[in-house]
Design a protein around this ligand. Structure first.
Ligand code: FES
Length: 90
């Protein structure tokens, strides 16, 4: 983990921490669009992941493009708050 960046987002009253590179093709998911329901859409190929579970919510890439369609889940990190600190476990 030492050479891996993570992103922290505050969305709908809650902090989320997740890997900065998309699990699909390492796109810049740190620049992704946050959506209602605690989801984020990667700007590269528009796969949407849950920030609660890391699972894929929507994958617009056709299943017929199997090798390109497949993606792992977004890796999440546990976040907690302690007074004025945000603690991320990774
Ligand atoms: S790199 Fe993120 S959806 Fe493809």
């Amino acid at each position: 983990m030492a050479d891996e960046d993570l992103t922290i987002a505050f969305w709908e009253g809650k902090y989320f921490a997740y890997e900065s590179k998309c699990p699909h093709r390492k796109g810049p998911i740190f620049m992704g669009r946050l959506k209602p329901g605690a989801c984020i859409t990667c700007p590269s190929h528009k796969i949407t992941f849950s920030l609660e579970t890391g699972e894929i919510i929507h994958n617009p890439i056709p299943e017929s493009m199997k090798d390109y369609h497949d993606s792992g889940n977004l890796r999440l990190f546990k976040v907690s708050e302690d007074k004025d600190k945000i603690i991320v476990e990774y």
